[in-house]
Design a protein around this ligand. Structure first.
Ligand SMILES: C[S@@+](CC[C@H](N)C(=O)[O-])C[C@H]1O[C@@H](n2cnc3c(N)ncnc32)[C@H](O)[C@@H]1O
Length: 212
């Protein structure tokens, strides 16, 4: 599997369903992928995973390469544009890598996440957010995924160096239910952050954080 991912980075391009080659952009880099993989490798209870934003499938490949040997592994992908804008390339890569335990929800996360929450509260072991990076959209993704995540599960967020995403992550870090487990990038320029949900989110209606 690692060889498979390495080849994609080396080629710097992937072929979509249409047969057209697409130059890589917007995907997580090798260091970020290894970070996600190391978290999954360090916790054998991670089986049920969720991802917002698949694009070329690099993050999906890393996540699934960590769980592929685990019985009952399941990876849910939310990406509204996978088969249109992205030419199905992320899913094509998963299939080429022999990963068959994924499901694709081709809807915007603002529609897909509340629907998923109706039946999956506290069900996911690992969630990765790399979708639409505005402040409000990222906050919405984090609101729903905090509830979809089980206690002990991991929430990883990409592109934390974007001011919009950083603001959400800084806010989230103050929740009593989260503790930071790792970052990628320099001190003030973290590109990716992983938080562990250490307890149920029991904040009362009047909880607030003085920093905001
Ligand atoms: C930065 S790319 C993801 C890169 C991917 N994680 C990788 O490593 O290759 C952002 C993705 O978010 C998706 N996206 C855009 N708007 C979205 C929305 N409203 N909800 C969920 N995903 C969205 C895009 O289609 C795109 O695939």
């Amino acid at each position: 599997m690692n060889e498979f991912i390495k080849n994609i980075y080396e080629a710097d391009s992937v072929v979509g369903r249409s047969g057209k080659a697409h130059k890589l952009h917007s995907s997580i880099d090798h260091e970020e992928g290894e970070f996600l993989l190391s978290i999954i490798n360090s916790d054998s209870t991670i089986r049920n995973t969720l991802e917002v934003g698949c694009a070329y499938g690099l993050s999906s490949l890393y996540i699934c390469s960590g769980t592929i040997q685990r019985s009952g592994a399941s990876h849910t992908i939310i990406d509204p544009f996978q088969n249109t804008q992205w030419d199905g390339v992320g899913i094509k890569q998963l299939e080429a890598a022999g990963i068959d335990f994924y499901s694709l929800i081709e809807k915007k996360s603002e529609f897909a996440l509340p629907k998923l929450l109706e039946t999956n509260e506290g069900q996911f072991d690992f969630i990765f957010i790399d979708g639409w990076h505005t402040f409000d959209h990222t906050l919405l993704d984090c609101f729903y995924t905090t509830r979809l995540l089980r206690v002990g599960g991991i929430l990883a967020i990409d592109d934390v160096h974007f001011p919009s995403v950083k603001r959400v992550v800084d806010f989230l870090k103050n929740y009593p239910c989260y503790e930071e487990v790792g970052v990628v990038g320099e001190d003030q320029e973290n590109r990716m952050v992983a938080l562990r949900k250490i307890q149920e989110d029991k904040r009362n209606w009047d909880w607030h954080d003085d920093a905001f």
